[in-house]
Design a binder for this molecule. Structure first.
Ligand code: MHO
Length: 211
């Protein structure tokens, strides 16, 4: 569509995918998030049988508002990126880049993060092949711990896809995990490319939610 040039995608694995979805979902400029499986060859991976895939998060963002480089810094600052740190392939540190521009950014930021860490980084960096979304119960996992609040947003998220694709849900999923404040989110909503009326409706909803 018309706005496609304003969307770019980060695909990373950094341990259990619930936390990274909440963390990235809270960042202004991030449009939507999903958790799923990438990095392997097994067809039709599921949570129970992901084969050689890794738990990953797909972060769709507006590059005019947040740089891929900045998201890479968030990625590397928030997990220990060396392969033996986790319990095997499911929790590896991986990046799947979408184009040469992303690869160049990785090659610029990695040495900076290695200097900060004081160690070489072993994150597995390869071109993107596939991302398979995990089943619904894993999407916006922390927000789903608040069914009472979700009930008050039934009109916003009449089905699971609406919840999965929603910027508001991504922010709230971060908020309940401790990322960001109501004040910051209110200011953020005022910058979203929706009508002023829609912004006000979301802000009213945000301030009236009973958790
Ligand atoms: N709660 C699990 C991790 C789930 S994450 C989707 C645990 O702490 O072992 O892998």
């Amino acid at each position: 569509g018309l706005h496609e040039h304003l969307e770019e995608t980060l695909i990373v694995g950094m341990g259990c995918f619930w936390g990274p979805e909440a963390r990235f979902g809270s960042i202004p400029g991030v449009i939507r998030t999903r958790v799923g499986f990438a990095g392997g060859t097994t067809e039709h991976p599921t949570y129970k049988e992901m084969g050689d895939h890794t738990e990953t998060v797909e972060v769709v963002f507006n590059p005019d508002r947040i740089a891929y480089e900045d998201l890479l810094r968030v990625f590397w600052k928030n997990h220990y990126p060396n392969r033996d740190a986790y319990k095997g392939r499911q929790y590896s540190s991986i990046i799947r880049y979408k184009d040469d521009k992303q690869l160049a950014a990785i090659q610029r930021i990695q040495p900076e993060m290695e200097a900060a860490l004081g160690e070489s980084i072993e994150t597995e960096v390869e071109p993107f092949k596939t991302f398979t979304p995990a089943d619904e119960r894993h999407q916006k996992y922390y927000l789903k711990r608040y069914p009472k609040a979700l009930e008050q947003m039934e009109n916003l998220f009449p089905d699971q896809d609406m919840l999965i694709d929603s910027t508001f849900a991504a922010r709230l999923n971060g908020f309940v995990k401790g990322f960001g404040t109501i004040t910051e989110l209110t200011e953020d909503i005022r910058t979203w490319p929706i009508s002023g009326w829609s912004q006000t409706a979301l802000i009213d909803k945000l301030h009236s939610l009973k958790w």
